[in-house]
Design a protein. Structure first.
Length: 126
């Protein structure tokens, strides 16, 4: 009976750690996008958005963050930021993607898992 309980406990621990990593990665992407959405100037400051995201999740090992400034028309089509839209004004967005490798603590021979946890957040600049 004890081996079954230990196996269940190991599974719960692994699942909990993966969920914590996923939440931290999502929070990091949100923090970076929020930084970019504060103003049009911040949306262009992709390094600031990346640094904000990395600071938001210092305990996530191997976290990589990319940030871009995206311009879209009101109908959702992507345009160059210097262009104009026939459907209205150009809207500026800060788009941040955060990702890290996810590996479980324990190795399960019947259910191997390793992968990437990634989140992309896009917020409109004010």
């Amino acid at each position: 009976m004890l081996p079954v309980i230990l196996l269940l406990l190991a599974g719960v621990l692994d699942y909990t750690m993966l969920m914590r990593t996923a939440i931290s990665v999502a929070d990091a992407a949100r923090a970076g996008a929020q930084f970019g959405s504060l103003s049009v100037t911040n949306a262009a400051n992709t390094t600031g958005a990346q640094n904000t995201a990395l600071t938001a999740a210092p305990d996530v090992v191997g976290l990589t963050v990319t940030a871009v400034k995206v311009c879209q028309c009101s109908d959702g089509t992507t345009v160059n930021c210097g262009s104009s839209c026939t459907s209205g004004s150009v809207r500026i967005y800060s788009k941040v993607t955060a990702s890290t490798a996810a590996t479980p603590i324990f190795s399960y021979s019947l259910v191997p898992f390793s992968g990437t946890i990634s989140t992309t957040i896009s917020m409109r600049a004010q």
